[in-house]
Design a protein around this ligand. Structure first.
Ligand SMILES: Nc1ncnc2c1ncn2[C@@H]1O[C@H](COP(=O)(O)OP(=O)(O)O)[C@@H](O)[C@H]1O
Ligand SMILES: [Mg+2]
Length: 410
């Protein structure tokens, strides 16, 4: 019987046609092979629409080498494309529209503001969501600062801690502003009076992006460095959501963000939690609450926006042990686990999407056999792009609109 075929969809980083995460894909391809699945990598620019074929990037584990080969469309697509400001990204959107009827493991998520509003409708999540507003004027920030001593202002499509401003109301009544610019450079703290605050907020260069203003959590450790947690939630080989792992991140000195690409360091979750919480029962309760939240959020976002196979949640846990959701990342990196010394979690994080793909393939075959009474149409090494399969399978919603957030922040 022909092997199932999984295509990992990515984007070239530039016209030089390099891709990111190659070492991760190599491991996934090896894992796929071990499971009896054929995995290749491609971008929308490798697709020949007319002849319905793909000039795929193929990895050979024996020789640890990559080569090109023309192949048919895969049975399943794992979309790893992250937001880019380029024509390539426009071509990705066109690809997703044209081939929206194919089987994707995951559909794009939305921007931070849309995701926040979607989650805010669910009572069970509300206690975990910091108060958030769409930034329309400096009043949105000063309004939040009347209630909260700390506010973060973030681009709704931002990634990696770029373009973020942190404003703290000090005991003296003055305000301290500090940030990371769009190139992720640290913007040094600056003090202003209440009267100067609106102008100081307006002077933050938003580069035409839309922003949210969000209640800030006090997550500075005794060392003065900020910290938070990265939780990876994935579908497993039985099609169920599971928490793969959760690791802590500590920002570099004088940084208002903890992102690894911004110089943050990964640490195990318990090491960090123990800095604030010394009761072991409370500690496991917090972990349980965080995990329940992670699974609940994944389920809810999937039911709202369509298929998903993994998500990473950025969580803050305050001194009292309350768990807060800072943002949801649809294209998670897994490096945090390696850096935190959690090798097994890292391996699981690589393996799970492959196991899930295989499970999904089996489900689809079973569904197709049932609905077409044994007249299987694909059979070969891949699916035909124009082929709609059983009604159940075409229930993946088509995707339109540009409120998509295909971003990831390690
Ligand atoms: N409301 C907040 N309170 C405290 N820290 C925050 C808040 N929002 C963001 N941060 C810090 O900034 C980092 C980046 O913010 P995040 O919302 O994850 O955006 P990005 O997509 O750029 O990663 C977080 O990992 C956290 O360290
Ligand atoms: Mg983040």
């Amino acid at each position: 019987m022909a092997q199932p075929v999984l295509g990992i969809l990515t984007l070239y980083l530039s016209d030089r046609r390099g891709i990111e995460d190659k070492p991760v894909y190599e491991k996934m391809i090896e894992e796929g092979r071990r499971l009896g699945m054929n995995v290749f990598v491609f971008t929308p620019d490798d697709v020949d629409d007319v002849n319905a074929r793909i000039n795929a990037m193929i990895y050979k584990p024996e020789t640890k080498s990559w080569h090109r080969k023309w192949v048919r469309f895969p049975n399943l697509i794992y979309d790893r494309c992250r937001i880019q400001r380029s024509k390539r990204f426009d071509r990705l959107l066109a690809f997703r529209r044209k081939y929206g009827h194919l089987a994707f493991l995951n559909r794009p998520l939305r921007n931070k503001w849309t995701v926040y509003r979607t989650l805010g409708k669910v009572a069970a999540f509300r206690d975990h969501l910091p108060a958030t507003r769409l930034y329309q004027s400096a009043d949105d920030v000063t309004g939040l600062l009347r209630k909260h001593t700390l506010v973060y202002v973030k681009p709704i499509n931002g990634t990696g801690g770029r373009g973020i401003l942190r404003i703290e109301r000090l005991a003296s009544g003055a305000y301290s502003l500090q940030g990371r610019d769009l190139n992720r450079r640290i913007v040094q703290p600056r003090r202003v009076t209440r009267e100067q605050l609106p102008a100081a907020i307006r002077s933050w260069n938003m580069h035409g992006n839309r922003y949210i203003a969000q209640q800030g959590l006090h997550i500075k450790l005794p060392s003065g460095r900020v910290h938070d947690y990265r939780m990876l939630v994935q579908k497993n080989g039985s099609g169920e959501w599971e928490v793969t792992g959760c690791a802590g991140r500590v920002g570099p000195p004088r940084s208002i963000t903890s992102n690894l690409h911004g110089g943050g360091e990964a640490v195990s979750m318990n090491t960090l939690l123990r800095q604030w919480i010394d009761d072991e029962d409370q500690l496991s309760q917090i972990r349980e609450t965080a995990e329940k939240l992670g699974i609940g959020v994944a389920r809810h976002l999937e039911s709202t926006y369509g298929a998903l196979c993994e998500l990473a949640l950025d969580l803050a846990i305050d001194r009292r042990g309350r768990v807060w959701l800072l943002e949801v990342n649809p294209k998670p990196a897994r490096e945090v686990f390696i850096q935190a010394g959690e090798k097994e979690t890292y391996k699981t994080a690589i393996r799970r999407p492959m196991e899930y793909a295989l499970w999904l393939y089996g489900q689809r075959r079973a569904g197709r056999n049932k609905s077409s009474a044994g007249t299987s149409r694909t059979g070969g090494t891949g699916a035909r792009p124009g082929t709609r399969t059983s009604p159940r399978l075409s229930s993946f919603p088509p995707l339109f609109g540009y409120d998509l957030r295909d971003s990831e922040t390690p």
